[in-house]
Design a protein around this ligand. Structure first.
Ligand SMILES: [Ca+2]
Length: 158
């Protein structure tokens, strides 16, 4: 076959393979906010569509805390810049109609995951000493379903 056509087919198959193994990527940005520890002392609620096509476990992500399955988008749902976090802990909780999970990547580039700590199959992650800087948050689902959800962010004195 003509070399040019072969090259195009090869490029096409590489593209398809790339799409199939897309993984949560903290170099991409989600809906962005800049917030401080004192601002989040009053809980803030963000609406989000939970779930996505990409398997956390298949991507080989090894969170520091709980590990388990979940399906998320490639780009984070939220990219949040935290400042003034000294003296605060940060709690992120999901309220949804499905079996949500949370996956986050902190300013120190650590991964955290949770499945059911908020009760009713919803996820919650608490950071006792959150870093200032960028926090990427994926609101996923355990089984690959998609549903409407709310993510609540709140700081507490520690
Ligand atoms: Ca769950």
């Amino acid at each position: 076959m003509p070399i040019k056509l072969f090259a195009m087919m090869l490029a096409g198959s590489l593209f398809a393979a790339g799409a199939a193994v897309a993984c949560p990527n903290y170099n991409l940005s989600g809906e962005s906010y800049e917030v401080s520890g004192s601002y989040l002392y009053s809980p803030r609620s963000l609406t989000v569509r939970a779930g996505g096509p990409h398997s956390i476990t298949a991507c080989g992500i090894r969170p520091n805390t709980d590990r388990g399955r979940g399906y998320v988008t490639e780009a984070p749902d939220f990219t949040i810049h935290l400042s003034g976090m000294s003296g605060y802990s940060l709690v992120m909780s999901v309220e949804s109609e499905c079996d949500s999970v949370l996956l986050i990547n902190t300013g120190a580039k650590n991964w955290y995951y949770d499945d059911d700590d908020n009760g009713a199959l919803d996820a919650r992650i608490s950071l006792s000493r959150p870093s200032n800087g960028w926090l990427d948050i994926w609101v996923g689902t355990h089984d690959g379903a998609v549903c409407d959800a709310r993510l609540v962010l709140e700081t507490f004195n520690r």
